[in-house]
Every structure is written in C-alpha cells, then in structure tokens.
Design a protein around this ligand. Structure first.
Ligand SMILES: NC(=O)C1=CN([C@@H]2O[C@H](COP(=O)(O)OP(=O)(O)OC[C@H]3O[C@@H](n4cnc5c(N)ncnc54)[C@H](O)[C@@H]3O)[C@@H](O)[C@H]2O)[C@@H](O)CC1
Ligand SMILES: [K+]
Length: 472
C-alpha cells in the first residue's frame, strides 16, 4: 500500500487527496448507518487513520458530531492529519482532546466511528486507546471502523490484545487479508488511487528494497556472471552493474582466452577463467559447483551462440536449482529446458521472438501476450522495449523509465546485472520491476548529461542514485 501510495503521488495524486476520498467514504458509511440529526462520536487516533475521520467530520454537517482526539493536537503524527484537525473549526464539530484516559467520556451516541488505529498499529492497544476501545465495546451504539477495527492487524486479522468490535468496516482501495475472518460487514471504498499507480513502476517500488533487503541480514548478494568469449565488454558491464545495484561481490566465469581482458575493465571484479575460448558442456560441472554458493547467476552476456555454448546453457539450466537471470543468446534455449531453477528472462523483442514468444506494437496487448508466455514458460519475463513489460505469468508490471538514447550497446547487460543483484534480495517479479525502473532512471539521468550520446558505462555510475530514488 505504501508503494502504491508513493507511485500515486508521483502521478500527481498526493496522499492528502486520498485522505479526502477516504474521509468522504467514511461519511457516506455514516449516512448509511444513521439518520440526519443523529449523534456521532468520532474517536480519532493521532495517525492517518484518525485523519480520515477528521475529514469525514467536515462532511457530516447534518449530524451532531463530537470528535474525541486521543492525545494533544501537537502530537498528531502526520502533517495531513494535523491539517484536517485544524480545518475542523469551532462550531463545525465539538472537538475534545483526551489526554488522560480516566477522563474519556464517550457519552451515549447513536453511532461511533472508530478511527483510532489502522494499518499503523503495532502491538497491543496502549492508553488511552485501550480505555476508549473498552468504552466503544460497552456502548450500545452502532460501530463503524475506519479501514480496520482498531487493534486488529489488517494483514493477519489477529489482535495482540483488546480490539474494537465493529458492526461495519469501511476499508480503502482493496480488501485487507485480515478482515475476512471478522464477524462484521466489510465495505471496500474506491478512493481514486489511479490504476497506473499499481501497473506502472514508480518510486514506490524502491520501498521493496528497503524492506526486503534489510531482512536479508546485511547480505546483499554474491552474484556470478557467466558469459564472455566472443565478447568481453558484456560480462564486465553486467558484473559492474550488479555491484552498483548493491551486490557485495560480483564474479565472472569466462573463457581463459579472454579472462585477462575482462579483468582489465575493473579491479572490482573477481574473474575466474575456464579452459578454451568459449563455453562448452565440459565446463558445466565445475560451473555448477561454483554457482552453488552464489545468491544469483546472470547467464548469457557476451556468450555467443556457438552450438556447444548453447548445449552448455541447456545442461547448466537443467541441473541448476538456484536463481538465474538469463540474457542474450542464452535465452533461446529456455523454452526447451526443464529446470528447477527460478529464472528471470530478459529478452528484447527480437530475442523474445526467438524464444517463441509473440509481441505487439500496442503495449497493453503486449502485456497480455507476455503474461501468457511467462505462464507457459513457468518463469518471470522482463521484455525490454519503450515500455518494458514484466510478468511472472500472473501479475504484470510495466516500466516507462528510459529513453531512445538507451538503444546504444551494453545497456541490456547493465539491466541484466542489476536484475541479478536485485534477485539476490527480492522476489523475482519485484527484482525485475525494480531493475527495469532503476536502469531506465539511470538512463534518463545519463541522458540529462549526455543526451543521445550516452553510453552504457554512464548508466553504471547513475544506478546507485536511481535506486535511491534521487531526482538528479
Ligand atoms: N494509501 C494509504 O496508505 C492510505 C491510508 N489511509 C489511512 O491511513 C491509515 C494508516 O495511517 P498511519 O500509517 O498513520 O497509521 P495509523 O493511523 O493506523 O496509526 C499510527 C499511529 O498509531 C500509534 N500506534 C501504533 N500502535 C499503537 C498501539 N498499539 N497503541 C496505541 N497507539 C499506537 C503510532 O504511534 C502512530 O501515532 C490507514 O489505516 C488508513 O486509514 C487513508 O488516508 C487513505 C490512503
Ligand atoms: K480504525
């Protein structure tokens, strides 16, 4: 929800506007439950859940409204909730502040609006919320809960202690998993979050990185790039990109014939050569061993399409059971391989066609085709284009960052490497979506400096800023 929120804001629909819609929905639910003139007690917490109900109070002029703010107005935790408290001028509602739970007096209202806590709840209700919840539960009034009954965890439906017993819940945007098992009526209100905020990647997607990457206990990934032979720049770019996208270690396995050249691009890379001048099936057993201890493998950059090399890719994937990003010439063998591995395939339109996938000039039609093909393959696809389409066969995300300057060689290697680093810390769909977004942002930042003359290494330098969500 926080990610969708930030994406909506980037699309010009700020949180305060969403709060106005939620408040309006709460007021509508009040009108459903009580006749004009009825007495309504709004019990508001200091977060945005309370803010929603403070908005509702402005829409309930036909009612006798009392607002009980749990705490002093200075302690309201968000600007938008405080602005809505300030907007309730004297006369519009009877405003009371509850600083001592012993002094809380709910009165005998016809309807109670429980807006103490929403999705921000942590642990058991503290005071004065606990006293207020008891009073609400003892009251004979109808109880309308805002978003979720206070004290209930919206994700699980569990309560760490006391929780409000509501008759009806008006929840926002989407049903919450924890509401299903509650013994009350749940109404989902559309609060006008643009569909684009969920479909298109945006700055909100970067939040996944904070959350999930932290849970990986400081382990930000050990990524192996398998590639090189006919080309040397591609694996070096992919590995450097993995480092810029946050991997702790980036290793390259490439033919000995080119390993010194590949190492020469950067002292940050750990290069291991295998015999000869290209990948062949004889290298696969040791490659599998080497890949076993890595968090993710990026297979394909600069590998070439010699028959022996493609045989090696087939044998590798058939035996591998980790996470791999498959790019470039390696892509064409994916449809024929039966593998336990988790694959993220990063084809451009031409490579997609070679894999047997269909495409279309219209991005919406293309999204459907990509989703169906990902479902057939049983893997995640990131199909590159002016609009990148990401799908795991179920969900679809579309990325619009990037610019025509990025058709220059090497940007695909940068994307593959970044996807590998992110796949070490995020689920495949998120890794692909965040990588596409950040790679495009890095390209946009590079275009500000170099216009159509940008080159792939310019993206490497800008990837960290793009992943932090910096504007420039
Ligand atoms: N896109 C969104 O996420 C939207 C969210 N909205 C509303 O915003 C709510 C979430 O707002 P917030 O994140 O501000 O969180 P809440 O308003 O749910 O709660 C945060 C406040 O509760 C306090 N708190 C937490 N646990 C407590 C406990 N056990 N006992 C006593 N106090 C406790 C915190 O210190 C903080 O002041 C949603 O439930 C919804 O009602 C809406 O405005 C619409 C848009
Ligand atoms: K609530």
């Amino acid at each position: 929800m926080a990610a969708v929120d930030l994406n909506a804001e980037a699309l010009g629909v700020p949180r305060k506007q969403l709060m106005e819609s939620s408040g309006n929905a709460v007021a509508r639910a009040c009108r459903d439950l009580a006749e004009p003139g009825a007495s309504v007690a709004i019990v508001a917490g200091r977060g945005n859940n309370g803010g929603d109900a403070l908005v509702a109070a402005r829409f309930l002029k036909a009612y006798d409204v009392t607002v009980h703010l749990l705490g002093r107005p200075e302690t309201i935790s968000t600007d938008i909730a405080r602005e809505n408290w300030d907007a309730l001028v004297a006369g519009e509602a009877d405003r009371r502040t509850v600083t001592d739970s012993a002094a809380f007096d709910l009165g005998d209202p016809d309807l109670v609006v429980d807006a103490m806590l929403g999705t921000g709840v942590t642990g058991a209700l503290r005071e004065p919320e606990a006293t207020a919840a008891s009073a609400i539960n003892e009251s004979s009034a109808a109880v309308l809960a805002v978003d979720v009954p206070s004290g209930v965890d919206a994700d699980t439906g569990d309560a760490a202690g006391l929780a409000v017993d509501a008759d009806r819940v008006v929840t926002f945007h989407d049903d919450k998993p924890g509401l299903g098992d509650l013994d009350c009526e749940v109404v989902v209100a559309d609060i006008g979050i643009p569909e684009a905020a969920e479909l298109f990647t945006g700055p909100g997607d970067l939040l996944a990185l904070d959350r999930d990457a932290q849970s990986h206990k400081g382990d930000h990934g050990d990524v192996l790039v398998v590639g090189g032979g006919p080309y040397t720049g591609a694996p070096a770019l992919a590995a450097q990109s993995a480092l810029r996208a946050g991997a702790d270690l980036a290793r390259i396995a490439c033919p000995e014939a080119v390993s010194r050249e590949v190492q020469g691009y950067s002292e940050n890379l750990i290069v291991r050569g295998f015999s000869g001048d290209r990948l062949t099936p004889e290298h696969v057993p040791s490659l599998l061993d080497f890949a076993d201890d890595r968090d993710a493998v990026v297979f394909g950059p600069g590998l070439g399409d010699a028959d022996e090399s493609l045989d090696a890719v087939r044998e590798f994937l058939a035996a591998y059971d980790g996470t791999a990003v498959v790019d470039a010439d390696a892509l064409q063998v994916v449809p024929e391989v039966d593998t336990e591995a988790t694959l993220i395939c990063t084809p451009h339109q031409g490579e997609l066609a070679k894999m047997g996938g269909e495409t279309d000039a219209d991005w919406e039609t293309r999204s459907d085709l990509v989703r169906e093909f990902a479902a057939d393959l049983g893997h995640t696809l990131l199909v590159k284009g002016a609009y990148d389409v990401v799908s795991d066969g179920d969900a679809v995300r579309v990325n619009r960052t990037g610019n025509p300057g990025m058709t220059v060689g090497g940007t695909g290697d940068v994307l593959a490497g970044a996807t590998g680093a992110l796949a070490a810390v995020l689920p495949p769909l998120d890794a692909a979506a965040v990588a596409a977004y950040a790679n495009g942002r890095a390209g946009d930042l590079a275009a500000e400096a170099f216009g159509g003359g940008l080159v792939a290494t310019d993206l490497l330098e800008r990837l960290p800023a793009a992943l932090r969500g910096d504007d420039e």
